[in-house]
Design a protein around this ligand. Sequence first.
Ligand code: CAA
Ligand code: FAD
Length: 379
Amino acid sequence: MDFQLTEEHLMIQKAARDFAQTELLPGVIERDELQKFPAEQIKKLGELGFLGMMVDPKYGGAGLDTISYVLAMEEISKVDASASVVMSVNNSLVCWGLEAYGTEEQKQKYLVPLAKGEIIGAFLLSEPEAGSDATSQRTTAEDKGDHYLLNGTKNWITNGNSASVYLVMAQTHPEKGSKGINALIVEKNSPGVTVGAKENKLGIRGSDTHSIMFQDVVVPKENRIGEDGFGFKFAMKTLGGGRIGIASQALGIASGAYELAVKYSKERKAFGKEISQHQAIQFKLADMATRIEASRLLCLKAAWEKDQHLDYTLSGSMAKVFSSETAMWVTTEAVQVHGGYGYVKEYHVERLMRDAKITQIYEGTSEVQRIVISRSILA
Ligand code: CAA
Ligand code: FAD
């Protein structure tokens, strides 16, 4: 067992850290306040290869491993989780799904520009009436011979407005339940696609979350991913890796808040000494550091299993539930360490606390992760 990061891993970690400090930190408070999508920053992330990190270079990607992806996600999320969710969706849901299951034509047409960051993608599974219970899809993809006719509404779609390409799960054979669902590549500018209003959210306010409506949208048959009825398995397989991305996002949010809390505790004085000299604060910092390290190890273990082509469903869910609960706890404690200053925007920790909450909800709530984990350990 080797806990040492390679030279290449350290280089990628540093590149992501430098990008976060120079490109994301200035303006992060304003973007949160104004709910402004970090368009310029996402473009630059794409140019640096951070939007197709694990994609084979022959499809325009950076050809890196999942460990590199976890390291980069942590660094970007320490500063701006609104940017890192764009990165996570594009890398681990859209690019990975297309590379693993797309046809050569689909890869050339869609994966190449997505991996290069020339365009971004979105993953459309959730609906107003079907979130955790993802098999109860109501969006329909009626088989019309050479094409599907898509009708229905998807909810809470990250990159909903900024994406050019959607991967949409829809029901073709309702009598077959989860085996009747198809995954379709839909271009956002297709006639019949409507983007709903931007959601006004608690956290990750810079990311654009929209509902997407489909009315008689014609989707060519060659845009189906995998065999007829493969859509639900496609979504679950893809989310397996996506959960490693969101776990790393949660890890980054937690470690960002922790680093700010350590720094502040050494500066702020109360009762004649730095607050870091009070044991109550020291113990908080010790618990934060310990939980963050455990989260990091779970994320890296899941990433390593994925890189070794082992089954990473269990480790990915464990990483996600543990890291997201750690993020919520650590960010709350970081606000506490900052006292009143933690409650105002300029100290960053209140935003990190708001951003942390979503990691317990999307890509499978904490309860869903526990369903996946308990099914696996009891099987
Ligand atoms: N890999 C492959 N196949 C899988 C699978 C996996 N990980 N998990 C389930 N399946 C298969 C099952 O084997 C089953 O197939 P068979 O009938 O052939 O055996 C089929 O899928 C149905 O599975 P279940 O019976 O287990 O389905 P269920 O209705 O009990 O639901 C669930 C299981 C885990 C709760 C699932 O519905 C789920 O993960 N829900 C959460 C949805 C979710 O994560 N949404 C995220 C949306 S994307 C997002 O959020 C992005 C973002 O924010 C940025
Ligand atoms: P519900 O499924 O209605 O759950 C409500 C509560 O009940 C939760 O606490 C849940 O854990 C609990 N619950 C449900 N079933 C069970 C059970 N069997 N046992 C125990 N507890 C249970 N979706 C996409 O497809 N693509 C995206 O890009 C995307 N981005 C998102 C971005 C944001 C900001 C948000 C808020 C959501 C996003 N989602 C996206 C949707 C997200 O994945 C869902 O919100 C999530 O899966 C939960 O579904 P729900 O909101 O319908 O809650």
